[in-house]
Design a protein around this ligand. Sequence first.
Ligand code: XMP
Length: 325
Amino acid sequence: MSSVRPENMERITTRELADKFIAEQIEAIKKQVGDKKVLLALSGGVDSSVVAALLIRAIGNQLVCVHVNHGLLRKGEPEQVIQVFRNEMSANLIYVDAVDRFLDKLAGVSNPEQKRKIIGAEFIRVFEEEARKLDGIEFLAQGTIYPDILESGPVKAHHNVGGLPEDLKFELVEPVKLLFKDEVRQVGLALGLPENMVFRQPFPGPGLGVRCLGAITRDRLEAVRESDAILREEFHNAGLDKNVWQYFTIIPDLKSVGIRDNVRCEQWPVILRAVNTRDAMSATIEEIPYEVLKKVTDRILNEVTGVNRVLYDITPKPTGTIEWE
Ligand code: XMP
């Protein structure tokens, strides 16, 4: 397949067009891979999930999916990958619990770019180890989408941490590489993936690692994960998840004084961020109803261990970036 989208290629906006695309791709994938095996790093994000579902339709268990849990995923994500792909779609899924490995490597590292490098490099290493355990893999599937080719946009460009070693170079299978994100979502729905997977907000490769600011500690990471889950749940309840492009929580590496049970205590603040953007190059702040902010704040203060304040960041980009590091 060429890497240039033909000018006359119809935009996939309906179920019928998605079904047609799926049927064509199934033929193309079968023709490309024959009876050989294909490997896929399945993060659970929209693009890799759609590629997985497409390949499962086309070649079933000739696809081997590897899901690496690096400990920096959001609450419930690894469980959902296992549920959807292994339990519901009967995929050949290897689940790698690499949590300790990543967190040990990251211990004491506070420089954000260093953290990104460690996470990216360790990911490649874990994936490589899994690939070496498997026999007869000749293809590597990837969730490349058209904006990745066009501009190496700000989101995936951060993934550039090198690739697999020379002796593990596989032929690529990239069935959605000419599609825009909205089209990938249409295809995902037509393939029967759950809506909350298909309409997920963008999530950075280094995950919660860049939202647990400075040197990552397990307790602060858990507090980020729990507060993020509360924010997502309340945004969903308020219908905001459909209108806000990206929303998440951050915990800086600092404490402030507060009071719990009449005793002064030093605990972390949680920072809320909710932005809208077209291309992530600039971003505006979504106005969140006060009742939602209050509900989220009350829940975080009641449910998340180690937190005594909630702050709401209303800085647009520029001057702030979307993430804090
Ligand atoms: P910033 O913070 O630069 O973020 O305004 C722009 C978009 O990029 C995402 N982002 C990343 N994505 N790896 C990624 O895959 C990263 O290291 C990374 N850093 C930021 C961010 O979530 C936002 O959508």
